[in-house]
Design a protein around this ligand. Structure first.
Ligand code: NAD
Length: 262
């Protein structure tokens, strides 16, 4: 089996990365950065997000597993002192795959005909850089509301415990293929009105954001910032692709939620 190990880049993660790499090679697994079947990410959730984006073009062929060298992560749920056990699992046992839904984000520009497509593991956010952002929001092809405020966050179920949670969004189990739309400081008064609570859309319901004013804003997909050009629209829906996590032992989602937050 071909594997890659990605480190966050700090000393502890680098040392552990070298250990995992040489253990796996001792088991005759092949180190391959181009076409790995499994990627072991060592660091935190951010390291796994980076690994995901590196291999987003081959999600059918690459599975991910995360080791945390800091605090327990949502995606990075193995501890450093468990890596020997993890390596033996990878080398010796056919692993179980757990698939989680992703978001497809399509950005269209005013000047270009071109469209850019991204996949998000956690979320896509649209945030004003100055002043209030004004956006028409269409759901399933129908005008839903005009948003005024700091920004919007559209998250995956597994991303619902990240930025979305900080915005008062609900935690969704990753078996619910859906997108959650949460507001960042919407203006609500007698003139402006938004729904004011997070909204969850099922698969095949598209959410379209159309900027209405000339304010500079930023579009992020997970830890990455995109777009400096004029945006015509941002379309978000549940992607056809899914991310695959290699599971070697049960670690139920709600147990991870409890251990991370309570
Ligand atoms: P970072 O170093 O700022 O990490 C942010 C924190 O988010 C870390 O503690 C990480 O463990 C946690 N995290 C990431 N994904 C998670 C998930 N699915 N569930 C629970 N916690 C999760 O940035 P990074 O490591 O590059 O991660 C980028 C992510 O940071 C973004 O996708 C976004 O979700 C999150 N973020 C959160 C806030 C906020 O909560 N106010 C603000 C900006 C970004």
């Amino acid at each position: 089996m071909k594997f890659n190990v990605r480190s966050r880049g700090d000393h502890d993660s680098n040392v552990l990365t070298q250990r995992v790499k040489s253990y796996l090679q001792e088991f005759d697994l092949e180190y391959d950065e181009e076409e790995p079947e499994i990627v072991i990410s060592i660091g935190g959730d951010g390291t796994l997000l980076e690994a995901f984006h590196q291999y987003a073009h081959r999600l059918d062929e690459t599975s991910f597993v995360g080791v945390h060298t800091g605090h327990l992560g949502f995606y990075a749920d193995w501890q450093p002192d468990e890596v020997e056990k993890l390596v033996i699992h990878i080398a010796k046992t056919p692993f179980k795959i757990v698939e989680y839904p992703l978001l497809e984000v399509m950005i269209r520009y005013t000047n270009d005909q071109e469209t850019e497509r991204y996949l998000a593991l956690n979320e896509c956010t649209v945030k004003s850089m100055e002043g209030s952002l004004v956006m028409d929001i269409e759901i399933k092809g129908e005008q839903f509301e005009t948003f005024r405020g700091d920004g919007l966050c559209l998250s995956t179920p597994s991303g619902s415990t990240a930025y979305n949670k900080a915005l008062g969004g609900a935690i969704l189990h990753p078996s619910l293929a859906s997108i959650q739309l949460a507001e960042m400081a919407s203006i609500n008064n007698r003139v402006y009105r938004t729904i004011g609570s997070p909204v969850v859309l099922p698969e095949h319901h598209t959410c379209l954001l159309k900027p209405k004013n000339d304010v500079d804003f930023q579009v992020t997909v997970d830890h990455l910032t995109h777009v400096q050009k004029k945006v015509k629209s941002i379309q978000v829906r549940v992607a056809d692709e899914q991310v695959r996590f290699a599971r070697f032992r049960p670690f139920p989602f709600w147990k991870r939620v409890k251990e991370s937050f309570i």
